[in-house]
Write a protein that binds this ligand. Structure first.
Ligand code: ZN
Length: 227
């Protein structure tokens, strides 16, 4: 265990994914190591190396939380489950479960995900007793099953694809990949209820400045242009 690492914490890990970079999130406490989102298929070794760089072994992984069913978020989930020594627990929003278990085809395209067992189906406002407390924030729109996570001790929002960011500036969802814009916007408006000190976006890394202002700007700009 690294001396510099606190007993409980959260960190976005930078992972190359083809020509893109994505930011899965690690959370931990004394008993648990949690990974949020898993990249595309075939990234097990990359994830293993990234965990090791943080001083963790892949055998320490106790929970995997999936923000939504897109293939760049669930891709290496089956490999991670296979690689885990003790059975790693898989958690996802209840709307995501039928996609992850392979009961219904994935939203983009017609393929089914390799079936995995989901241990816990989550609902909006559930609080997970992991890493000091993680609150589920259901944020549909990008996909109908999309959820974000709010790490209570650090007031960090893991936004998945509900928000985007560039150069440390918080941006609205990706227009092209977001299926239901009005619903996605309502989800962003809902985030204003939270006191957020940091946002981790999956495709745009972290934002620590001007979060509330940016959220208000995104919500108001879109309301004004739709009048
Ligand atoms: Zn994505």
């Amino acid at each position: 265990m690294s001396m510099s690492r606190p007993n409980t914490g959260i960190k976005a890990i930078e992972m190359q994914m083809g020509s893109f970079i994505v930011y899965p999130t690690l959370l931990w406490d004394e008993q648990n190591l949690v990974l949020v989102d898993t990249g595309i298929p075939g990234q097990l070794d990359k994830i293993r190396r990234l965990l090791e760089a943080e001083g963790f072994g892949i055998d320490q992984l106790t929970h995997i939380i999936i923000t939504h069913q897109d293939s760049d978020h669930i891709g290496s989930l089956p490999e991670l489950i296979q690689a885990s020594v003790e059975e790693v627990k898989v958690l996802a929003h209840e709307e995501a479960v039928p996609y992850l278990t392979g009961a219904i085809p994935l939203i983009r395209g017609t393929t089914f995900a390799p079936s995995v067992h989901v241990h816990t189906a989550l609902k909006d406002r559930d609080i997970l007793p992991l890493a000091g407390g993680i609150q589920v924030v259901f944020t549909p729109g990008h996909t109908p099953d999309h959820m974000s996570l709010y790490h209570i001790p650090t007031q960090t929002l893991i936004a998945g694809d509900a928000l985007n960011a560039k150069d440390g500036k918080l941006l609205s969802f990706n227009d092209y990949y977001t299926l239901d814009h009005p619903t996605a916007l309502k989800s962003i408006a809902k985030l204003l209820e939270l006191d957020i000190k940091k946002v981790i976006t999956y495709h745009g890394n972290e934002v620590t400045h001007g979060i509330k202002e940016s959220l208000l700007k995104i919500v108001n700009a879109t309301i004004n242009t739709s009048l």
